[in-house]
Design a protein around this ligand. Structure first.
Ligand SMILES: N[C@@H](CCC(=O)N[C@@H](CS)C(=O)NCC(=O)O)C(=O)O
Length: 377
């Protein structure tokens, strides 16, 4: 009897060790004759938990099924911010946030065109997400606590680290925020911009009059008509909108950063599977850049890959895609059909675009930035 207890005890400990190591242990305790018996039994113990799960983990919702049944993804985007989310006269959408939607569609459908872009203003974007009008929001949206809680959202990993800036006419003589004392500042409603402006100016003791507008077109039209002394938004937005002012060179962005604006896609509370898919789509873009896999060489890499993580990423080994509820070529499709993070960045914000923004913090961690994908395993 005592021997049975002893063996059971060893089994429990061995089982815990194996479970904690993800079933990868190859060296069970060895030594006595009893241990040999334990080893044999442990093998049986380990097989059961390693079997494929038949029940979806708790927290899964129906978003993926709804999107698949509909046959396309509905992505809430910007339509007035060149380089991030913009629609041209022919109705074609482009931009960094727009390409993320395409990457997500590629992951789900193996087709980046299976996405409907739904323009949403700053003020209406959270209601659009909560009500189910859009499946995901990819619209220069800052991750904040209130949006993460009260507004019912979950932010996936930040795709663009930004900060709020201030733009003024180059000939205004304004070089600091203090120079705006008594002035009027154009700002868009429903944004962190509006709130930060009040915080920063209050802390500097600078009084100003906000001129508040519904969307970017109205905000920047008022600024260019001289109805405000300055216009404020995310620096990315300033760089972007300056390109469509009548004379971009006549405006300068002050050398001041008023806030932290971590921008990224946002999903609704209540569907962890959808969150995971949205999140790992970002990580696949990062990992593609880290491993040097591009839309141009992904087939070559696939044919000759030897690194285990690259094989798992591309679906040559393991079943990471199935674990997300997708196919195993989900990340291959992102990289082949949309490209890696660097390709997406350069296409929209690179040195050859009018909306060039140096990578800065938006570099991989190995290049001095903040972008870091967890392990694909
Ligand atoms: N990141 C900030 C600001 C985002 C924002 O809405 N910026 C404006 C100014 S560039 C914009 O995108 N406007 C586009 C539009 O209204 O269509 C936030 O999440 O609140």
């Amino acid at each position: 009897m005592r021997k049975i207890f002893a063996i059971t005890g060893i089994l429990i400990v061995a089982g815990l060790v194996l479970a904690a190591c993800g079933g990868a242990a190859t060296s069970a305790p060895s030594g006595s004759g009893e241990t040999v018996t334990v080893k044999e039994t442990v093998i049986v113990t380990v097989v059961a938990p390693a079997s494929p799960a038949v029940v979806a983990p708790t927290g899964y919702g129906v978003t993926l099924e709804t999107v698949k049944a509909r046959g396309n993804l509905i992505c809430g985007v910007n339509s007035q911010v060149p380089g991030f989310g913009y629609v041209d006269a022919n109705g074609n959408f482009s931009g960094f946030d727009v390409d993320y939607c395409r990457a997500l569609a590629a992951a789900i459908f193996g087709d980046p065109t299976k996405v409907e872009f739904r323009p949403v203003t700053a003020a209406e974007r959270f209601t659009a997400l909560q009500s189910g009008e859009i499946d995901i929001l990819s619209r220069n949206t800052t991750w904040t606590l209130v949006r993460d809680t009260e507004l019912g959202g979950n932010f996936v990993h930040t795709t663009f680290y930004d900060g709020q800036g201030m733009m003024v006419p180059a000939d205004s003589g304004i070089t600091t925020l203090q120079d705006l004392e008594g002035g009027t500042i154009c700002v868009q409603t429903g944004t962190t911009t509006e709130l930060n402006l009040a915080d920063v100016m209050a802390s500097l003791g600078v009084s100003y009059t906000p001129a508040v507008f519904e969307d970017a077109d109205a905000t920047f039209a008022a600024y260019s008509e001289g109805r405000c002394d300055a216009v404020t938004t995310d620096k990315s937005g300033l760089v972007s909108r300056r390109t469509v002012l009548a004379d971009p060179a006549a405006h300068v962005i002050l050398d001041v950063t008023m806030s932290k604006e971590p921008l990224g896609p946002m999903v609704r509370h209540g569907d962890d599977q959808w969150f995971d898919i949205a999140q790992w789509t970002v990580f696949a873009l990062f990992a593609g850049e880290e491993f040097g896999i591009t839309s141009a060489n992904v087939d070559e890499v696939k044919a000759s890959a030897t690194a285990p993580e690259v094989k798992r990423l591309l679906g040559l080994e393991g079943d990471l895609g199935l674990k997300l509820g997708l196919t195993n070529d989900w990340a291959y499709n992102i990289l082949k059909l949309v490209g890696n993070y660097e390709e997406v960045y350069n296409r929209n914000l690179g040195p050859d675009t009018p909306t060039y923004i140096p990578r800065g913090l938006n570099n991989l961690y190995i290049n001095g930035g903040l972008l870091y994908a967890p392990p694909f395993r």
